[in-house]
Design a protein around this ligand. Structure first.
Ligand code: SF4
Length: 477
């Protein structure tokens, strides 16, 4: 659904008499972005967002199905939410778990009246209206044409915006439920994405994060991800472009060229590895070998000097031997990750991995031990790299107040978190910070050397030149 339709605009701003909606979001950034979309659809129908479930006319739980643990948490939470519901409150479940379980959720939780999968949010206001008259419903179909172009998301306040550019996934990794819950891959039209980036820049936000399940396989029929990076990075006012999550197989030379040439593209890539063993990767159907993954990491580093790499790793996949796991540890060391999300394999009904022989399942205690060893290895590597950065200076964007009252949290271009002693007045600004301390994962810093008796000075950092000189794209195995 692209072009042609009017963009939905908001009516007069909230009055306490408008019906209220509370959304609780679980899972990935795509889900957080979908929650913003749902709020946009409901705001266009007169709803106002509230921050607490008590007294809300509509409560939505936007769910994740990627791990069994996430689903159990949601089921527990649905029980708790009963306490916050009034007689006429509508409770709905949306997202991947809603798509996966469909009407079974209505049977399991009788106080739930709506179940809506990721392609059904357009119908949300109408289904809520129906639910308020007592009709319970399920909307769990796929719509390959659905991009929600005409619904303006209601973004959370902040200094950056997440922009979905692609929905669904055409890979079939054997552990993953996403292709079942989010359907086939489809990309938004580049001009539609650029229009949204321009709107965001017009609102004063300077950083965008392009979202997709395999974001670098983006293709709208005419433009690929390289075109998208260049176009988004050229929008006046946009100073940082990030993207998540790419697939290692979709980093074409064109994409690497675009990353190298577009100054706004940040020096950080989250590159899911999942395993360092070619044998396990084959069984996961990741479609690359250990060597190909490490070569991809090398190509990225050659294209973008100073690049930080983070990753996802699963341990305890069916059939993973001690040798396979040792290869994962050595690949983590060889890739030199700055951080990693680490997981124990969680079987998801409906995925190919659940059909692997029982005899291949890795015992819980073995998987748990491997997870601990993996975390240790990741932390040790990250700590070493971070210690080496002490004393260096970096451009930071101040994102928000830190939990500690007298500090703000800022982010370097290569995605390091830096705590700076400052008031909230500097949020949204770019500064040059010197890294003065590290916990191993996050940093403390100062913005300019404090002269005796004076507080550190916050001086805005100068933007980078618009174009980074293209670099040789030699593979570095
Ligand atoms: S690439 Fe694999 S892990 Fe990622 S969403 Fe698609 S199927 Fe899941």
């Amino acid at each position: 659904m692209t072009g042609g339709k009017p963009v939905v605009t908001f009516g007069p701003m909230p009055s306490a008499t408008r019906p209220s909606v509370y959304i609780e979001t679980y899972g990935c950034q795509m889900n957080a972005s979908d929650s913003e979309l749902m709020l946009g659809a409901l705001a266009a129908s007169g709803y106002r967002a509230v921050a607490q479930p008590d007294g809300a006319d509509v409560i939505l739980v936007n769910t994740c199905a990627i791990r069994d643990h996430a689903e159990q948490r949601v089921l527990g939470r649905l029980g708790e939410l009963k306490r916050h519901m009034g007689r006429d409150t509508v409770l709905g479940v949306t997202g991947c778990m809603a798509q996966r379980l469909g009407s079974a959720l209505l049977e399991r939780a009788p106080h739930v009246s709506l179940v809506i999968g990721p392609d059904g949010y357009r119908g949300l206001p109408a289904l809520v209206d129906q639910a308020r008259t007592g009709t319970r419903s399920v909307s769990a179909g796929f719509d390959p044409a659905e991009h929600y172009e005409d619904i303006r998301p209601r973004r959370a306040a902040g200094v950056k915006a997440w922009i979905p550019v692609q929905r669904g996934c055409d890979y079939r990794c054997t552990y993953c439920i996403v292709p079942t819950t989010r359907g086939p891959e489809r990309s938004r039209r580049l001009p539609d994405v650029v229009r949204e980036v321009q709107e965001i820049a017009g609102q004063g936000m300077t950083e965008i994060v392009l979202l997709g399940q395999t974001v670098n396989s983006y293709h709208d029929g005419t433009h690929d991800f390289a075109d998208l990076l260049r176009a988004a990075g050229a929008v006046p006012g946009i100073r940082r472009v990030r993207f998540t999550s790419p697939h290692p197989n979709d980093f074409s030379d064109r994409v690497l060229d675009a990353m190298a040439a577009t100054a706004a593209v940040c020096e950080h890539v989250h590159l899911p590895m999942q395993s360092g063993s070619t044998r396990t990767l084959r069984r996961m159907l990741r479609r690359y070998s250990r060597e190909e993954y490490l070569a991809c990491a090398g190509r990225l580093r050659a294209a973008v000097p100073g690049l930080a790499l983070t990753t996802d790793v699963i341990v305890g996949f069916p059939g993973e031997t001690a040798d396979d796991f040792a290869e994962t540890l050595s690949a983590v060391e060889a890739a030199g990750f700055d951080d990693a999300y680490t997981f124990r394999f969680s079987p998801r009904p409906g995925t190919a991995a659940t059909r692997m022989p029982e005899s291949e399942m890795v015992p819980d205690d073995v998987a748990q031990d491997r997870l601990h060893r993996l975390i240790e290895t990741v932390r040790r590597g990250a700590r070493g790299r971070n210690l080496a950065l002490l004393g260096t200076s970096h451009e930071v964007l101040v994102e928000k107040a830190a939990r500690r009252g007298d500090a703000v949290q800022a982010r370097t271009r290569d995605f390091k978190t830096v705590l700076l002693p400052a008031s909230e007045a500097v949020i949204g600004g770019y500064y040059t910070a010197t890294l003065t301390g590290t916990t191993g994962s996050t940093f403390t810093g100062t913005v300019a050397p404090a002269s005796e008796g004076r507080a550190p000075r916050f001086v805005p950092a100068v933007p980078l030149a618009r174009s980074r000189a293209p670099l040789p794209l030699a593979a570095a195995g």
